[in-house]
Write a protein that binds this ligand. Sequence first.
Ligand code: HEM
Length: 450
Amino acid sequence: MPIRGSRKPPGPKGWPIVGMALKIRRDPLNVLRTFAREYGDIVLFHVLMQERILLNHPDFVEQVLVIQQDKFHKSELTRRITERMLGQGLLTSEGDFWRRQRRLAQPAFHRSRINEYGATMREIAQAHISGWRDGEVRDLAQEMTALTLDNAVRTLFSTALPGEAQQVGRAMTFLMRYSLSRQRSPFRIPESWPTPKNRRASRDLAFMDSLVYRMIDERRSEKSSNRREDLLSLLMGAMDEDGSQMTQKQLHDEAMTLFIAGHETTAQMLAWTWYALSENPQAEARLQEELDGVLGGRPPEAADFGRLPYLQAVMSEILRLYPPAYITAREVIEPCQIGEYEFLPGTTILFSQWVAHRDPRYFDDPDAFRPERWLEGLASRLPAGAYYPFGAGPRRCIGQGFALLEAAIVIGTLAQRFRFRLVPGHPVEFEPLVTLRPRHGIRMTLHARK
Ligand code: HEM
């Protein structure tokens, strides 16, 4: 029993075990929000006989991510979903090993380094849209995946994956659906059985592995005089105090983690941006006016951002309403007190950016897309733990600066050239996989701006 004492947090009672699992599997976003609304700041619920604690108060989020962070690990839940693909990379590793790896990767994300990536990102954004024509229909979700993938591999790994972006996008979609549906299903067929889905998962994993190993091998075969000082070389050159280097498997896990984390989340953020702007033409017009006035047609640079407050407000609002990382999980490893309850090791704790960012206690008219709220000093009024699209504390996203620079460059470049309008009748639906994705993509018509 993970909770000490006889009193337990409130939560839904009387749900049949499989019924609850199916409901969460079908519509996790609504279920979590309903739990928060009906049962309050700490909710106890069960999924397939296992207890879960959902925290819905900023103070409690702050307790877990920052104040008492050493009493928690990434959860078994997260590991089960991501382990086959990411192994022991930065996202999932723990303890001294994680600390060492984080220290190692950190220089690649230093502000001065990230600003250097800006030039490459601008080039890629401009090249990507050079063939786009007025009146065409494109899936902006797919386009944003291709664009962010290109940015990640060219800046962090100094290489390119020509022609493979679509295949990576398809493999990622399948693998996320596959691992989550296995995780959420009450009936699990062993992965070794040659079912069509298991076979496809093995094929897609092998394809992703081959890309990462190719990047590593390419670098190994380069003459040392030609070697670039990018993330991959930092990882490859890293030595332990005893002089040993990372094993091939460790290098693979770190590179794969950064390869995936480095593009997938930002791609979703950008896809939702074009959808939200097309649904809110007034916000779109205000953004374009600001961009035209400050940039006059050229792509933005980091130095411009201070003069683009509305662009920044749009990005904050997108990350509020469509947080790519919409849920966070931790496992208690030492007894801890949260609110009036004491939790014991083994307890799985969840909290959700999706629920928190739409909490009416902190955000007026929470479901409305209103970037203006950020121009009115909202960020300084919010308590810690109320808005955390990049997490918080020591496990905070290492790529936050990278993602924000990339998003600003892509939005600033594309919005000056085009307006995008959803193809009439195209269904837009959330698909909460590992990231928050649009289930059917975002098919839009391009309207070139004069
Ligand atoms: C809009 C884009 C992004 C969002 C919303 C996002 C969100 C997050 C969040 C919420 C976490 C913390 C997870 C937790 O506490 O369990 C995280 C961690 C992480 N992110 Fe991001 N991320 C984004 C972009 C990136 C990029 C561009 C990179 C790399 C280039 C990256 C690499 C990582 C890594 C390696 C971690 C694990 C850090 C650690 O535990 O030390 N992310 N991200």
